[in-house]
Design a protein around this ligand. Structure first.
Ligand code: SF4
Length: 349
């Protein structure tokens, strides 16, 4: 690792774009380790709890045509995904939300496919916020109107997620031929204008350059209510147009997390367990991630598959990782963690 960068990190000096590109050009984890150690020490001494977010998939029936070339979530896209169409009923959403709350996980993401003008998200917000104490993130991409956003906001939803995936327009069109980047930017802007916290992330390893990632992170600076940036490494789904595209390496995901942490010192950085890979969560936390998403508790009442890859991280394993790193998970004061391995506050050292 370049000494100049390390000195800047240690002294809190501003970074130039070339510094970020320098980090992106690192070719091994060992090269990044001195920088990771500084960030990791800050994670430990900051005593900020690591957020855990579970998930409810509302529907996989997506009206976007043609489908996004990487998508294994929408009905009929990949046999490794859900494949069969579903639409969760109100009572199923309530049952899952209550199970998540009981497990101790403090936050849920309700996400789903496009074509409902945000009304699927309005129902989910009403159910989750009226029946549980969970923090709520809604992610239905660009499928939101001003009206549906305002209704969602009235239910005290905490965060709206609309991932731009990439701000390279040509690449966006290749990845999402049935969508329009301008629509996603518009939803991010509406969210910001309404005053809801915005989460907006990067899909990486899909053919973008390091400069594209940097442009994207600089683009996000315009949103005053940006509170969260998810970093999602690509994994190919069999049967999709991108089935033969190589998966995003762990190293690229770690470099991107480091750059986000340095560019946005206080932002929540999210790593979904399916995209980082459940076994790799510890690397992401050391590099500065502060929210582990798609965490599935033992009592989760229905079959669930991750978005971006079908394999999800389970609650016990994620808690073990967090405690082993000397970090603490965020607690729901009314619901201590219920897992086979832990009692609330237990140490696994
Ligand atoms: S990625 Fe989302 S918007 Fe694109 S096809 Fe899949 S479900 Fe639909």
């Amino acid at each position: 690792m370049n000494e100049k960068i390390l000195k800047k990190v240690e002294s809190g000096r501003r970074f130039a774009p070339d510094d970020y590109l320098n980090i992106f050009s690192s070719s091994s984890y060992a090269e990044l380790e001195p920088l990771i150690n500084v960030i990791y020490d800050r994670q430990k001494s900051g005593h900020s709890p690591i957020k855990l977010t579970s998930t409810i998939h509302l529907t996989n029936q997506c009206h976007v045509t043609p489908k996004c070339t990487y998508c294994g979530f929408a009905a009929g896209t990949s046999e490794n995904g859900y494949y069969t169409p579903f639409h969760k009923t109100d009572s199923e959403i309530e049952t899952i939300a209550k199970a998540i709350e009981l497990s101790g996980i403090p936050r849920v993401s309700c996400s789903g496919a496009h074509g409902y003008g945000g009304e699927q998200a309005v129902s989910a917000a009403r159910i989750v916020k009226n029946t549980t104490s969970l923090e709520l993130l809604i992610n239905v991409g660009a499928d939101l109107t001003r009206e549906s956003l305002e209704k969602i906001s009235r239910y005290n939803t905490d965060t709206i997620c609309c991932n731009l995936e990439t701000v390279n327009e040509q690449l966006f069109h290749k990845l999402k031929p049935g969508e329009n980047l301008a629509n996603r930017i518009h939803v991010c802007q509406m969210t910001d204008d309404i005053g809801l916290e915005l989460s907006s992330g990067l899909l990486i390893g899909v053919g973008e350059s390091h400069q594209d990632r940097l442009n994207h992170l600089q683009f996000l600076k315009r949103y005053k209510n940006l509170g969260e940036i998810p970093i999602m490494g690509f994994n190919p789904y069999p049967g999709t147009p991108m089935a033969n595209h190589p998966p995003c390496s762990l190293l690229e995901q770690i470099k991107t997390i480091l750059v986000v942490r340095l560019m946005y010192p206080d932002i929540r950085i999210t790593v979904p367990t399916p995209t980082i890979g459940p076994k790799n969560v510890s690397y992401s936390l050391k590099a500065g991630a502060t929210n582990v998403a798609t965490v599935i508790p033992e009592n989760y009442p229905v079959d669930v598959k991750g978005v971006g890859s079908p394999v999800c991280g389970n609650l016990s394993d994620v808690l073990t990782t967090i405690y082993n790193l000397g970090l603490s998970p965020q607690l729901n004061p009314n619901f201590p963690y219920q897992t086979q391995k832990f009692t609330d506050g237990a140490s696994v050292q």
